[in-house]
Design a protein around this ligand. Structure first.
Ligand SMILES: *Cc1c(COP(=O)(O)O)cnc(C)c1O
Length: 370
């Protein structure tokens, strides 16, 4: 096996990131007390078109905090898609509530609207649509459903920063939007996250819960038990630098997707996701379904062929319903298994060159023609 020379993802840090981080170190402002935290939150809120942005330590922290702020607790149920990174469901379990798995659309890979009525109950308190692999979920229908059943809507935007639906950023449709700034995400602060909302009292609750549950007017006085989910000034400094180049990075990723499409769409056995009318997805990871008549060709055989050429790739997430903490044997969820068993994500990052994408597509073409 040869060495990996093209990773699936790698962060791109600008020179300004170094300058701003050095400012933190030189000035001693290295905790969450520091000017970059508010600057990053303000710039992020403006970028998304949300009134408030509350920075946190990770995407998981963002989801956990959002659920706590929504009042989700023991005995409650929260609808999550069967195909997502497990943090979406873990955050629900962390609240003492139960994640209830909803089927995903075979074409869009996001929550299947038609399955929602099958999973809702009088215990359902919230729903977390995930804009998986940058593809906007059907927010119009989800909001209508949520209104009917009085559910809080928390959008998991960890993979969809920059994606829009009818020219509105994902994360601004529901009550709250949650973002991750892990190293492989669309904007990175190393580790980090954000919750956005347009609701003032909710924003206040999020800030209090993030800061130990402490009363902002009365230090060391706690009306509620909270957490320390505060982002550091150093992370926020990187965030400020990343946001400045975000639009440029977004465009680069879209170009990469166009190049992949142009090369890969000639293969009958490669299927792409479909997008909603009015949706402008973001190319977080170029993701494909490998569906060949040749039994020797699968997502895993392709992963192996790529690896032999020094190219890393990632199979889709395992369906949640087959994993121990979230097990569910509803028949319809087997659709996720079939999807996940064929999915593969290809290298996508700022710094990946046209020549490298061509090389990746050459390797794929060669493998498929066997
Ligand atoms: C990455 C990710 C998260 C978790 O974010 P962390 O910052 O790693 O905690 C949550 N949901 C989805 C869909 C993700 O891709």
């Amino acid at each position: 096996m040869s060495k990996i020379s093209i990773p699936v993802s790698t962060p791109f840090l600008t020179d300004e990131a170094k300058t701003l981080v050095m400012q933190c170190l030189d000035s001693g402002w290295i905790s969450s007390q520091g000017a970059f935290v508010e600057a990053f939150e303000g710039a992020f809120a403006r970028h998304i078109g949300a009134k408030y942005a509350i920075s946190v330590t990770s995407g998981t922290a963002a989801l956990h905090l959002a659920l706590l702020a929504a009042g989700v607790g023991a005995g409650d149920e929260v609808i999550v898609p069967d195909l997502t990174f497990a943090a979406t469901a873990n955050a629900v379990l962390l609240c003492g509530a139960k994640p209830v798995l909803c089927a995903v659309s075979e074409k869009q890979w996001t929550i299947d609207i038609d399955d929602l009525t099958a999973v809702v109950s009088d215990k359902t308190k919230a729903i977390i649509p995930v804009h998986l692999y940058g593809n906007p979920a059907d927010m119009d229908k989800i909001l209508r459903f949520a209104e009917r059943y009085k559910l809080c809507v928390i959008e998991d935007c960890a993979e969809s920063l920059g994606a829009t639906l009818n020219d509105k950023h994902m994360g601004t449709f529901g009550d709250m939007g949650c973002y991750s700034f892990f190293a492989n995400k669309l904007l990175s602060t190393g580790e980090g996250g954000m919750v956005t909302t347009n609701d003032g009292p909710l924003a206040q609750r999020l800030r209090i819960l993030r800061d130990h549950g402490m009363n902002p007017e009365k230090r060391y006085w706690h009306e509620v038990a909270g957490l320390n989910y505060r982002m550091t000034n150093i992370q926020a400094a990187i965030g400020v630098s990343q946001l400045k180049v975000f639009d440029e990075f977004y465009a680069t990723r879209q170009q990469q997707e166009a190049q992949y499409y142009a090369r890969l769409s000639e293969h009958k056995s490669i299927i792409f996701k479909e997008t909603l009318h009015g949706a402008q997805p973001v190319n977080w990871l170029m993701s494909i379904i490998v569906d060949s008549d040749n039994k020797a060709i699968s997502n895993l055989s392709l992963q192996e062929a790529l690896r032999e050429n020094g190219i890393d790739s990632r199979p889709f997430f395992y369906p949640l319903h087959i994993q121990p903490p979230y097990r569910d044997d509803r028949d319809i969820l087997q659709r996720t298994t079939s999807l996940a068993n064929r999915g593969l994500s290809l290298p996508t990052y700022v710094g990946l060159t046209e020549q490298q994408i061509d090389f990746i597509c050459d390797v794929i073409a060669q493998h498929l023609s066997q």
